[in-house]
Design a protein. Sequence first.
Length: 320
Amino acid sequence: MKTFFNIEDLGDLRTALSEAQEVKQNRFGYQQLGKNKTLLMIFFNNSLRTRLSTQKAAMNLGMNVIVLDVNAGAWKLETERGVIMDGDKSEHLLEAIPVMSSYCDIIGIRSFAGLTDRNFDYAETIVNQFVQYSGKPVFAMETATVHPLQAFADLITIKEHKPIARPKVVLTWTPHCRALPQAVPNSFAQWMNRADVDFVVTHPEGYELDPRFVGNARVEYDQHKAFEGAHFIYAKNWSNPGVTNPAEYGKITCQDMNWTVDAEHMAWTDNGYFMHCLPVRRGLIVTDDVIEGAHSLVIPEAANREISAEVVIKRMLEAL
Ligand code: AN0
Ligand code: CP
């Protein structure tokens, strides 16, 4: 595997899921693969889970790991070409990328959407430059539009807990106080569309996800109807994707607290599980009782991030 951004990069999903199961039972079984190989993890944004789980996965595989927080100690990077660099940015991404890649074998990158320029974000301008100029395998640790390590871990978690062969999975928008990217719901939708699940998306009108991710998934604007019979509720806030109104891209255009997942919402489901990628703001996305309840999967879901990362890095090592 040379890149990992979209579900297509992973190939057959069943094979990937059984590989995940195998890796989970034997996570130190591939130490020779990573010997004397270096993973460079580059963070343009904060992280708790991605940082720890990806580093752990690489260490399971016997790799050396370097973590770079671009905004804490590195030179500020210019990303646009053709500018006179007389501001606070001391170095250009086009030098920084080949320099960084000379010290490693595989690159993981976190670079969130700026949420101001839809075309810039949805063209994956930053990450594509890493792919083009590094000459190394590159994987997403959440880019402007995707978070595939999360979606893969979510799918592993659903497979481990599903009460029936083809469960009903509902992605629900929830309110939030800050404008958040669409990467998590984009990837979740993309992956659920390919998984053996009955997938429904519910959100206020105007919050339609980009068609290239949501595809032909069923969209139900009535959250109560969407929740009926659900086996998994996947809550997430996202800012306006600007699909129906480009001027609203990245803005908060709804703060309706009726969408917060509470016990009453969960009672509409078929004894459903609660999922969220974390970090989560209680009281906005979900109530304390639901996230702390017996049917909350947020901790096993986060733990599976180590497994999704290990499968992805293992495949990249195998292809070096
Ligand atoms: C980020 C987001 O919503 O994309 C990261 C989630 C994994 N969340 C926040 O910035 C709070
Ligand atoms: N779910 C997730 O990616 O969390 P972090 O932002 O803490 O890495």
